[in-house]
Design a protein around this ligand. Structure first.
Ligand SMILES: [Zn+2]
Length: 428
């Protein structure tokens, strides 16, 4: 159904993080690469041999492996058009969504969520994790079942994982925690246990119950953690201490952790030192943090809300960057394109080397798993590639919208520029 890419992609600019230490340099840049594809997989990656004809000549176009969208809310996306006038801030957005949810039907959720998956697919995403609001102890939300069906329907195109987004107070009783975890675990593959952990609902015992229940049912955990600028927030620090105490066997994702940016530096860095010793992956959501943190009507925000991304990366903590909400009460922008989220983060967080260093934060889907040790650009990996046809590595992600997406060596979306296929002068 899709055209095959040629067996050879010549002159690709791969990011430094994906290359072995022995890879040759061209000045301060890594040398270009030639990729050979076979049977939908990467057969070899070698330094560029010069013009030898055949295949595509990429002329230094930046190339990434398939992208990961680590934190989204496809149950809520695309509701903005019917929400009316919105009040600023995170807690007001939560209230607005509760009111809208009363009118959701399976068809409504399926239509909106399918649009999300299509947009992600075209952006080059191979793995998408969505949260799903879950407010009742005794009632599985309508969207949870729809998202499970969609995950199965889309399994040949996208890995879709689902996180049950509970308010932390639902875990106050140990028996309730176990019942919720059992329900989530029974709902099929790709389900994780999640919660909203905030100073407004903080309860250390509830968090303990959550992790005990997750451990019992073999679930990974994904938390909305300290999504606020209140320095009293202790979700991340408590999670790290708890994991060390109980020896949790799964992967834990802590999204947001904005409060680190508001805490005294020594305290925040001590928390990150502890995080680096346990299986926690951090996820930064720069777009919604900029919009929802330090938000007051008629007042320009003073703080950025972004977590301590550089300090986390310096400690070897896996840190992903993702989109979060799209066109709902929380956020009107976003497009399920992790590159767009990274572009926002690169400005808000003053990230140096967006392509060579920080693009790793939108490609390492393995950082959401229990064995995060398999960089995706390697011999034998699927030829799932995103080739940026109008950008260069110096300015990336500027002009990153034009891209050719390969899935298992076939062109899934995007237009192949004529200059890639023009005959080249071969030196004799
Ligand atoms: Zn979120």
């Amino acid at each position: 159904m899709f055209m095959h890419a040629p067996a050879k992609l010549a002159g690709a600019r791969l990011p430094s993080w994906s290359l072995p230490a022995c890879w040759p340099a061209n000045g301060a840049q890594p040398a270009l690469a030639d990729l050979r594809l076979s049977n939908g997989r990467i057969e070899s990656i070698v330094p560029h041999q010069g013009a030898v004809g055949g295949g595509w000549q990429l002329h230094g176009a930046p190339v990434l492996p398939g992208l990961v969208e680590a934190h989204t809310h496809i149950d809520k996306a695309f509701t903005l058009s019917r929400l009316g006038t919105l009040k600023p801030g995170l807690l007001a957005a939560i209230e607005t969504m509760i009111a809208d949810r009363a009118s959701w039907t399976p068809d409504d959720v399926r239509e909106r969520a399918s649009r999300c998956l299509q947009w992600a697919l075209e952006a080059g995403v191979v793995k998408l994790r969505t949260h799903c609001d879950w407010w009742e102890l005794n009632q599985v939300p309508l969207a949870w079942g729809v998202l499970r069906e969609l995950a199965a329907d889309w399994a040949d195109r996208l890995v879709v994982e689902r996180v049950s987004l509970f308010a932390l107070q639902l875990f106050t009783e140990r028996a309730d925690a176990h019942r919720l975890a059992r329900t989530v675990a029974a709902s099929g593959p790709g389900a994780c246990l999640g919660a909203f952990v905030h100073t407004t609902n903080w309860n250390a015992l509830s968090l303990r119950h959550l992790f005990e229940a997750a451990e019992e049912f073999g679930l990974d955990v994904d938390l909305h953690c300290d999504e606020e600028l209140n320095p009293q927030a202790q979700g991340l620090a408590s999670t790290a201490a708890l994991l060390r105490e109980i020896g949790f066997g799964g992967r834990v994702v802590c999204g947001h952790t904005c409060a680190l940016a508001a805490q005294p530096e020594a305290q925040a860095l001590a928390t990150l030192d502890a995080v680096a010793t346990v299986p926690i992956t951090m996820v930064s959501l720069p777009t919604t943090n900029l919009l929802l943190q330090d938000a007051n009507t008629g007042r320009t925000p003073r703080q950025r809300g972004i977590t301590l991304a550089k300090e986390a990366r310096a400690r070897g903590i896996p840190l992903l960057i993702s989109t979060d909400n799209v066109q709902d009460a929380f956020c009107r922008s976003g497009s399920f394109d992790p590159v767009e989220a990274l572009a926002v983060g690169a400005l808000a967080g003053q990230f140096e080397q967006p392509f060579d260093e920080w693009s790793e934060a939108i490609c390492r889907g393995d950082w959401l798993t229990r064995s995060p040790n398999a960089p995706p650009l390697r011999f034998g990996a699927p030829a799932d590639l995103v080739i940026f046809s109008a950008a260069d590595a110096h300015g990336w992600p500027t002009r990153a919208q034009s891209r050719v997406v390969l899935r298992a060596g076939r062109v899934l979306s995007g237009a192949v520029p004529a200059r890639w296929t023009e005959p080249v002068e071969v030196a004799s």
